[in-house]
Design a protein. Sequence first.
Length: 330
Amino acid sequence: MANLKQPNRRLGRRTILFGAASATFAAPALGQGFPASPIRLVVPYSPGGGADTTARLIAPKLQEVLGETVVIDNKPGAGGSIGDDFVAKAAPDGCTLLIGAFAHAVNPSLMSKMRFRTPDDFAPISLLVTVPELLVITPSFPAKDVAELIACAKAQPGKLSYASSGNGSAQHLAAELFKLRTGTNIEHVPYKGGAPAVADVAAGHVPFYFGNMSSALPQARSGRVRALAVTSPQRSPAAPEVPTMAEAGVSGCEISEWNALLAPAGTPPAVIDRLHAEVARILRTDEMKAKFADLGAETIGSTPQELAIFLRAEMAKWAEVVKAANIKIE
């Protein structure tokens, strides 16, 4: 079993323009004179995904506190590298920002033949939200908990299978990390998205699945699948009755999808401090906590320094998992 280090933790193009709104938050005396122009908030993925949802929840509030228009600009393609590259090359004035995501830290290891931007190309602002995975199982499967699932897998190596939303997805990596931590041999069945994956688990075609909390939890609540554990360090506020993987007997199996706010490298510290202060204040509001909780997400609002440490730890962790599991996507 690989000795994988665990990072420390405390988490088609379309453009939308938000209309002007009056400020409802007091701005700190940081980055005076900023912003001098509209803010472009780049999402390196198509509309409708997790990063896009995060951007659309935060953008109107950020516009209020900054007193300047915020534009969401979806720039999908090449595993997110098109949007990353656009922001990395932008003027370092804080007016072009990036919504980074889990793939931001994983893709350089998964797609080694492609060039991806590194943390050195960006100025970290804040880790915004985290969303754990939920281990769900076919209701008719005999295992009642994680320990029994592991026992079933070890009793018939290579016979059980798990679903994922696609090669290289967070769900794929969560299951591979589970295999490494438990010493089990389980086959991967990739699907084109989370919906068909969880549907086949519910139908009994594939025994289990690590699903994004926002999509898997409603299926568990409806009884279509059974939830066994959550991959966050602590129990999720969205499902406090579900034990963590550590509580279920599997240590070192933590994984969360996440979104972070980044600026081009060289952005003035005063601008970074202003953006961090405003974003952290937004994420602390009950309104934003409730909205993200409905999606199975937890608001974070880390400091720039904490985000820098987090990003490097995530890249190192998943590079080891990709190598140990021999995952290749070219």
